[in-house]
Design a binder for this molecule. Structure first.
Ligand SMILES: [Zn+2]
Ligand SMILES: [Zn+2]
Length: 171
């Protein structure tokens, strides 16, 4: 899964690749399932490297952080990278002359490896707190009931006024 930089002509090179799905490892044992990826972009040769801008479209299977149910999140991730073989690559991003942020990436030899590009961009595009829907009610912390479709009585018991309970016991 490489792009050879010698294929980039004076007018640049447009790429459109369909790439097999993969598992994106997270911390620990966890991994996220990523569907087949559509990558579209354009490469341009510049003085000290190769500019590569485009977008990645795929779908990730995530576990909701509230109810733990799996759900599918469509991803449409634009990227703007600058590949350089130079040794003086500063960590993180760098500002271009026109003020736009561009991420510098070190390139080995004369080809661009798409695999780390995909993993990194997808990873950056994932939500910190995945939610199956914005108003997900999650699970009852006491009995584990799935509150999006079911109800339990834990909340009622909790909100009952203790004074009322004493009153009840007197009746
Ligand atoms: Zn949920
Ligand atoms: Zn409950």
């Amino acid at each position: 899964m490489f792009i050879e930089t010698k294929e980039i002509g004076p007018e640049g090179l447009a790429v459109s690749r369909s790439i097999d799905g993969f598992r994106l490892p997270l911390s620990g044992e966890e991994a996220i399932r990523i569907d087949r990826v559509q990558l579209n972009g354009e490469l341009r040769k510049e003085n000290d490297g190769v500019a590569f801008a485009g977008r990645i479209e795929t779908r990730a299977t995530l576990a909701c952080s509230r109810c733990l149910e799996e759900y599918i999140l469509p991803l449409d991730l634009p990227f703007d990278l600058f590949y350089t073989t130079g040794p003086d690559t500063p960590p993180g991003g760098e500002r271009r002359l026109d003020g736009e942020m561009v991420t510098r990436v070190h390139m080995e030899g004369s080809r661009i490896d798409l695999r780390p590009l995909l993993s990194e961009q997808v990873y950056l595009g994932l939500p910190l707190k995945p939610l199956c829907r914005p108003d997900c009610l999650g699970l009852c912390p006491r009995c584990g009931t799935y509150l999006n479709t079911d109800a339990c009585t834990c909340a009622e018991e909790r909100t009952e006024d203790p004074r009322l309970r004493i009153l009840k016991s007197l009746l």
